[in-house]
Design a protein around this ligand. Structure first.
Ligand SMILES: [Zn+2]
Length: 303
């Protein structure tokens, strides 16, 4: 079966050059080299240079202030140019580049830049939430060019977390798609179901369990569709299709406030009437719905 390609946040092109992370002098040396390209992240935003035609990360040479910031080695390109991410506290608004979130610009950036931003955002989120050792409670510090944190007391190493989540396009025998609304979403916003994978569970088992828990539907023929990182804060979204055995819906109202089976014609009419809010184009959910629909869905409200 055909899978989803070119997902917005799964397009990175840098060589991560993981072996270089072991060099304790790597970051200090790169910070002294004006050829190093720096990407700064502050409060979940990076600077981008945007024109009518394209959108690119603002890359600069290292500055004095960078030595006092969390710095992570993101990798190198085909020319050997190294890329460092630094995490600042405040957005310096003196330049012409605008501060944007990954959600805002993830689809607009080049493959290289989308990969850089997704990696830096994921790493920065992890560093911010792992300041203390889970074993002894002492502080941890960044090591290996930002790819581990080490406990300052017992020396244990802690690695960046990626939490697998499944997301599934469930259809019935008439090829209608199951769409649902989470209680956190505004009226009219609908998407496919998703949920986290539990310990001891395969991805396919998680798909079946989540669909049954949330809407009471038994699913079979679970097939892999694609995946992309979703660093909000630390997920990897793994997409599947599945076929419902029975279409009767029994909602878990804590998780789902509304769910329905929609045909392509239903969806067309909902979009035309402005009654359908859809996930942003950067999300794998949007791509899954459009994959089922057979082409792009254009709504006034969302990109
Ligand atoms: Zn410890």
């Amino acid at each position: 079966m055909e899978t989803l390609h070119d997902l917005s946040l799964a397009r990175g092109t840098l060589d991560r050059a993981g072996l270089r992370r072991r060099d304790p002098d790597l970051v200090p040396l790169l910070l002294k080299d004006p050829l190093t390209r720096i990407v700064e992240l502050a409060q979940g935003r990076a600077q981008v240079v945007q024109s009518d035609r394209d959108c690119a990360l603002f890359l600069r040479s290292p500055g004095e202030q960078d030595a006092f910031r969390l710095a992570v080695f993101l990798g190198q390109d085909d020319h050997g140019t190294a890329y460092l991410g630094v995490v600042g506290d405040a957005q310096d608004s003196s330049g012409s580049a605008a501060w944007r979130t990954l959600r805002e610009v993830g689809v607009l950036l080049s493959d290289r830049d989308a990969g850089i931003f997704a990696t830096l955002q994921g790493l920065a989120n992890w560093h911010a939430s792992h300041t203390h050792c889970p074993l002894c409670g002492a502080t941890t510090e960044s090591d290996q060019a930002g790819w581990i944190r080490r406990c300052t007391q017992d020396g244990t190493e802690h690695y960046p977390r990626t939490n697998p989540a499944v997301i599934m396009a469930v259809t019935d025998a008439a090829d209608r798609l199951l769409l649902a609304r989470s209680p956190h979403w505004p009226q009219g916003r609908l998407s496919v179901l998703a949920g986290f994978v539990e310990p001891g569970e395969s991805l396919e088992a998680a798909v079946a369990r989540e669909v049954f828990e949330e809407v009471g539907v038994v699913v079979e023929q679970v097939r892999y569709l694609g995946n992309q990182p979703w660093p909000f804060p630390s997920s990897l979204m793994v997409a599947f299709t599945g076929r419902a055995v029975d279409i009767t819906l029994h909602l878990d109202h804590e998780e789902i406030v509304e769910a329905m089976w929609v045909s392509r014609q239903d969806l067309r009419e909902m979009v035309a009437a402005g009654r359908f809010g859809i996930s942003p184009t950067v999300s794998i959910a949007r791509r899954m719905i459009e994959h089922w629909y057979g082409g792009p869905i254009h709504t006034a409200a969302t990109a």
